[in-house]
Design a protein around this ligand. Structure first.
Ligand code: AMP
Length: 211
C-alpha cells in the first residue's frame, strides 16, 4: 500500500499516518519530522532547513526532494504513507520520478478537509511525545495520564511552530500550494477526501473504505 496524506497542519493526518503504519506495516515518511530531527542534530540539511521551519515556511523543493530521494535509495520502502510530502506540484513530479525509479506507483492520495479556525483550535491543544512521536490532543485524543505518553511514559512537549501566529502562517503557506497539488493528483485519478472533523477511529475506517 502506497499512500500520500494531504492536509493542513492539525488536520490529524499525522495521527492517521502512524495508525496506518502500526496496523498495516507501512513505512512512515514524514518530511516535517525528518527535517526537525536534522535541525536538532545540526546536520547540513538541518542548518539549511532551520530558518524555514522556524518561520513556518516551506523549505525549498530541491532540499526536501533530495531528503526523500536519499531515503528511498537507502531503504527502498515498497509500502509507505507520506505525511506532509509532497506539498507542491514540483515535489509531486519529483516524487513520481523517485517512485518510477523504484518501479512503484501510488495507490491513493487522501485529502483531509478542515477549516482554518478548526485547525487553530486543535493545534493549541496538541502535544507530542518526544520519544515515539505519537501525537495527542488534550480534548479529542488525550493520553491516559495528563502530560505523559501512553506508550513510553515520556513527558509530552509542544512543538515550537505550534504557536497560533506561526500556525496562521503555516495555513497561508498550505493554501498557497495545495489547490494545484490536489488538481495534479485529481488529474491522475488518485485523489480522495476524508473529513478531518470525525473522530480518529472513524477517519481511519473511512480511509479503509477508500482503499
Ligand atoms: P510538518 O511537520 O509537516 O507540519 O512540517 C513542519 C515544517 O517542515 C513545515 O512548516 C516546513 O517548514 C517543513 N516541511 C515539511 N515538509 C515539507 C515539504 N514537503 N516541503 C517543504 N517544507 C516542508
Amino acid at each position: 500500500m502506497r499512500l500520500v496524506l494531504v492536509g493542513p497542519p492539525g488536520s490529524g493526518k499525522g495521527t492517521q499516518a502512524r495508525r496506518l503504519c502500526e496496523r498495516k506495516g507501512l513505512r512512515y515518511i514524514g518530511t516535517g519530522e525528518i527535517l526537525r530531527e536534522a535541525v536538532n542534530q545540526g546536520t547540513e540539511v538541518g542548518r539549511a532547513a532551520k530558518p524555514y521551519l522556524l518561520e513556518g515556511k516551506l523549505v525549498p523543493d530541491q532540499l526536501v526532494n533530495d531528503v526523500v530521494a536519499e531515503l528511498f535509495n537507502r531503504e527502498q520502502p515498497r509500502n509507505f504513507v507520506t505525511d506532509g510530502y509532497p506539498r507542491t506540484v514540483d515535489q509531486a513530479i519529483a516524487f513520481d520520478r523517485i517512485l518510477r525509479h523504484s518501479v512503484l506507483g501510488l495507490d491513493a492520495v487522501i485529502n483531509f478537509t478542515i477549516s482554518d479556525d478548526d485547525v487553530v483550535r486543535r493545534i493549541s491543544g496538541r502535544w507530542v511525545c518526544p520519544v515515539c512521536k505519537r501525537v495527542y490532543h488534550m480534548v479529542s485524543n488525550p493520553p491516559r495520564v495528563a502530560g505523559i505518553c501512553d506508550v513510553d511514559g515520556a513527558k509530552l512537549v509542544q512543538r515550537e511552530d505550534d504557536q497560533e501566529s506561526t500556525v496562521r502562517k503555516r495555513l497561508a503557506v498550505f493554501h498557497s500550494t495545495v489547490d494545484q497539488l490536489l488538481a495534479y493528483y485529481a488529474g491522475l485519478g488518485l485523489l480522495y477526501e476524508v473529513s478531518a472533523l470525525d473522530l480518529p477511529e472513524v477517519i481511519y475506517d473511512n480511509i479503509m473504505k477508500i482503499l
